[in-house]
Design a protein around this ligand. Structure first.
Ligand code: GAR
Length: 216
């Protein structure tokens, strides 16, 4: 059973989807720790509901970004995780920590990367009248919301769709696809090999990554 550490900053709905998938044996793994940079993150309450141990490492308590990251790194090291999932973790991590964990740290991002790294992705999709929106799951590199792509979930943007609705639909596909990908990583069917994502026993339909379209 793989040891999973989840980093959050906010609501933690994706964290809960991961915990539920572990609890129902869809993922052969266990969330051994939830780390939040925000002491008020609602995700900490969700973790406690499942008796999962939490740790707050508040970036505001550190004099510099590197001090914060060193402390985070030291703490993660002490847990010896197999997989580190950034699930709504809203801090940018620098090259030292990202290169150390590059093969075992994944990030969930609410856009079809390389489109719209950073914040306010849903607003950007709507203001640009994009036909499609979605989510990306990728191995982490020191570049913001970059790094080798593992999977994308795609939805069609509705005509005159409102922001709230779009966000709700994006969350729905996150809660489906992220646990599925974590499952495959825990089963050693997805791994990183020299910057290349390798897929075993997974049909890619001639694509370089997993792409799934949802009618949700
Ligand atoms: C998710 O939509 C995730 O894609 C996004 O934050 C949300 C967290 O929701 N992540 C990013 O924007 C990272 N760049 P949650 O706290 O309910 O899981």
């Amino acid at each position: 059973m793989k040891k999973i550490v989840v980093l959050i900053s906010g609501s933690g709905s994706n964290l809960e989807a991961i915990i539920e998938a572990c609890n129902t044996n869809r993922i052969d793994g266990k969330v051994i720790k939830v780390i939040s940079n925000d002491p008020n993150a609602y995700g900490l309450k969700r973790a406690s509901k499942y008796n999962i141990s939490t740790k707050i490492i508040d970036h505001k308590k550190f004099l510099s970004r590197i001090d914060y990251e060193n402390s985070l790194e030291e703490y993660i090291d002490s847990l010896s995780p197999d997989l580190i999932v950034l699930a709504g973790f809203m801090r940018i991590l620098g090259p030292k920590i990202t290169s150390k964990y590059s093969s075992k740290m994944i990030n969930l991002h609410p856009s079809l990367l390389p489109a719209y790294p950073g914040l306010n992705t849903h607003e950007k999709v709507l203001s640009n009248k994009d036909a499609y929106h979605g989510i990306s799951i990728h191995y982490v590199s020191s570049e913001l919301d970059a790094g080798p792509l593992i999977a994308q979930g795609i939805i069609k943007v509705g005509k005159d769709e409102k922001l709230d609705n779009l966000i709700k639909r994006i969350h729905k596909i996150e809660h489906i696809l992220l646990p599925e990908i974590i499952k495959e990583i825990c089963n050693n069917n997805i791994y990183l090999d020299n910057e290349d994502v390798k897929f075993l026993n997974i049909s890619l339909n001639n694509q370089k990554l997993i792409k799934k379209s949802y009618e949700i």
